[in-house]
Ligand binder design. Structure first.
Ligand code: URA
Length: 197
């Protein structure tokens, strides 16, 4: 592991733990910084911590996380090989949707995480991370039904060349189980792109 990247992430984590830039710091139990390999070629970006993530300070440890773990296993990957983060690092009360001012306050941290890790591939989970990440590259994300499973070749000075693949948030299957087939097809794309890196 490149020690430099781990050190940079550790220093960034300290900053995020002390963050009071938006109102969510008042109601959080724990900051959910993100976790995984600093050398990950593939980074997943979700929306925001939910109840269990807030309790444990770790991303995707609740019911959506169980779906994510299954999808990861289905393509032969474990959490320790990838990096998992969110658009927001603190839980919105009652799991309400992120507000524009919270996204604005928090995403500089996500930008720095991405710039440290420099993944070759980013898989965005759900609408918020998809519109944020594609927006960074000047792409206006349409509806999830029109962008999911597509491979966007993006590049920037900070991130270099990166392939962005949007897909549905894993929580989708909790209330729409019939979406699993569609999501699995997206993950087949993720697997084949990952193997081609
Ligand atoms: N949903 C998310 O978007 N992120 C988490 O960490 C958990 C649930």
């Amino acid at each position: 592991m490149e020690q430099n990247k781990q050190d940079k992430l550790d220093r960034l984590r300290e900053e995020v733990l002390a963050c009071t830039a938006c109102q969510l710091h008042k109601t959080r139990t724990n900051v959910v910084f993100g976790e995984g390999s600093p050398d990950a070629k593939l980074m997943f970006i979700g929306e925001a911590p939910g109840y269990w993530e807030d309790q444990q300070g770790r991303p995707f440890v609740g019911s959506a996380g169980k779906v994510l773990d299954k999808l990861l296993a289905s393509i032969g990957l474990s959490r320790s090989e990838v990096y998992i983060a969110n658009v927001l690092k603190c839980r919105p009360p009652k799991n309400r949707e992120p507000r524009p001012e919270e996204i604005k306050a928090c995403t500089p941290f996500l930008d720095r995480q991405m710039a440290i890790i420099r993944p070759r591939m980013i898989c965005t989970l759900g609408n918020y991370s998809t519109s944020y990440v594609l927006g960074k590259f000047g792409i206006k994300a349409g509806s999830m039904s029109s962008v999911h499973g597509r491979v966007y070749r993006c590049s920037s000075l900070l991130l270099g060349e990166v392939l962005v693949i949007p897909t549905y948030h894993p929580a989708t299957v909790l209330y729409k189980p019939y979406m699993m087939d569609t999501i699995k097809k997206d993950w087949e794309v993720i697997e084949s792109v990952y193997k081609s890196l």
